[in-house]
Design a protein around this ligand. Structure first.
Ligand code: FEO
Length: 169
């Protein structure tokens, strides 16, 4: 396997685990304010990020690569308003998309077709993640301004259930 591509995927494991930690911090923010539905949404988001990290970890091992695990950074975003984590999550997903795209480009340059195919799932996943995070900002803008609307939105987000990734290795 191409060394540069393997190195980028190894780095991405850390980025995905950081994402999990960041989303747990968002769940933490909402839990502290009694918004258990929002907290549920981000707890599930955190689990999905751990799944992403594990898919990359397994993929590298399945292809004879050595994985090196580094320190996971402290979540360093400051949240004040109830909408702050929603905005930060959307920005973060756009950043993750740029990282996945960069690995995809490197895999294509290296003519590593297997990794390109593996990453196709992540390209699609990022499209969904960005849509979900943008939709949440829109809903919060529409309904979050009054107590009843916020209660309804919180109830909706409480209904999100975890499901394992559709990609299995
Ligand atoms: Fe692993 Fe939210 O992207």
């Amino acid at each position: 396997m191409d060394k540069k591509v393997a190195g980028l995927l190894n780095d991405q494991i850390n980025k995905e685990l950081y994402s999990a930690y960041l989303y747990l911090d968002m769940a933490n923010f909402y839990s502290g304010r009694g918004l258990d539905g929002f907290a549920n949404w981000y707890e599930i988001q955190a689990k999905e990020e751990q799944d992403h990290a594990m898919l990359m970890y397994k993929y590298l091992h399945n292809n004879g690569q050595t994985v090196t695990l580094g320190a996971i950074a402290k979540p360093d975003k400051e949240f004040q308003a109830l909408s702050d984590p929603l905005e930060a999550a959307h920005e973060h997903e756009q950043y993750v998309t740029s990282l996945i795209n960069a690995i995809y480009d490197a895999a294509q340059e290296a003519r590593d077709h297997r990794t390109v195919q593996f990453l196709d799932w992540f390209i699609k996943e990022q499209g969904e993640e960005e849509k979900n995070s943008a939709d949440l900002i829109t809903k919060m803008g529409l309904f979050g301004g009054d107590a009843k609307g916020l209660y309804m939105l919180n109830s909706e987000l409480a209904g999100r259930a975890y499901s394992a990734p559709s990609l299995q290795l």
